[in-house]
Ligand binder design. Structure first.
Ligand SMILES: [Fe+2]
Length: 188
C-alpha cells in the first residue's frame, strides 16, 4: 500500500516524560483539557498542551519521515476502554481538512491492530502508523475489551485551510467501505 508508514520508537524518552508529567502531575493539570466521552466508539478524548519545543520537534520528525513539509500540528488523546462503552471503529474516512495522521500508540495493556484499507497492522506502544486518513478507509478489528483493558492513542494531525475532505464523511453503508469491511470481518 502506498503512503502508509510504520515507525518504532516514535517519541523520544524526554518527550514521553513530558507527556507523562502533564497527565499525572496535579500541578500541571491546567495543561490538560477536560475529558470528553464518546460512548459509541468506547473512548474518551482529551488534549494536552505540550511545549513548543516538543511540538516543533515532532512536526519536524514527521516532515523528515515523509519527505514533505507538514504544518499546524495538533494532537488529541483517544483512550479506549470498555467502561466508556465497547470500543468499535468500523471503516471510515476522517472527512476533515488534513492529509497526514500520525496514529501513535502511547500506552496499552492489550493488543489491537489498526486496519488501513484491507490490511491490518500490528502496533505496539511508542509505535506510530502514519497515513492519509482521507485516502484509505481505516478501522480497528472487532475486539471485546475485558474490564480494565485499554489502549491509549495520540492522534497528531496537520490541518491545512486549503484542504477539505468534507465530502468523505460517508454513511457506513456506502459501498466504498465494502472491501475494508470484508477484510475486517475475515479477522473474526
Ligand atoms: Fe479516523
Amino acid at each position: 500500500m502506498e503512503n502508509v508508514y510504520k515507525f518504532t520508537n516514535f517519541l523520544l524518552p524526554e518527550e514521553l516524560e513530558e507527556i507523562d508529567r502533564i497527565l499525572t502531575d496535579e500541578n500541571l493539570w491546567s495543561l490538560r483539557s477536560e475529558k470528553k466521552e464518546d460512548p459509541n466508539l468506547g473512548r474518551i478524548m482529551y488534549t494536552a498542551q505540550l511545549s513548543q519545543n516538543t511540538l516543533n520537534s515532532i512536526q519536524n520528525r514527521v516532515s523528515v519521515l515523509l519527505n514533505k513539509t507538514v504544518k499546524n500540528i495538533s494532537l488529541v488523546f483517544a483512550h479506549y476502554e470498555a467502561k466508556h462503552g465497547q470500543p468499535n471503529l468500523p471503516p471510515h474516512f476522517d472527512g476533515d481538512n488534513n492529509d497526514v495522521i500520525v496514529d501513535y500508540q502511547y500506552k496499552s495493556n492489550t493488543s489491537w491492530g489498526l486496519g488501513v484499507a484491507t490490511e491490518c497492522f500490528e502496533i505496539q506502544d511508542n509505535e506510530a502508523l502514519i497515513f492519509n486518513p482521507n485516502q484509505y478507509p481505516h478501522w480497528r478489528p472487532k475486539k471485546e475489551f475485558k474490564d480494565g483493558e485499554f489502549v491509549t492513542m495520540i492522534f497528531f494531525r496537520f490541518p491545512e485551510s486549503g484542504i477539505n475532505y468534507g465530502h468523505l464523511t460517508l454513511s457506513q453503508s456506502d459501498p466504498i467501505f465494502d472491501e475494508a469491511k470484508a477484510a475486517r470481518n475475515l479477522l473474526n
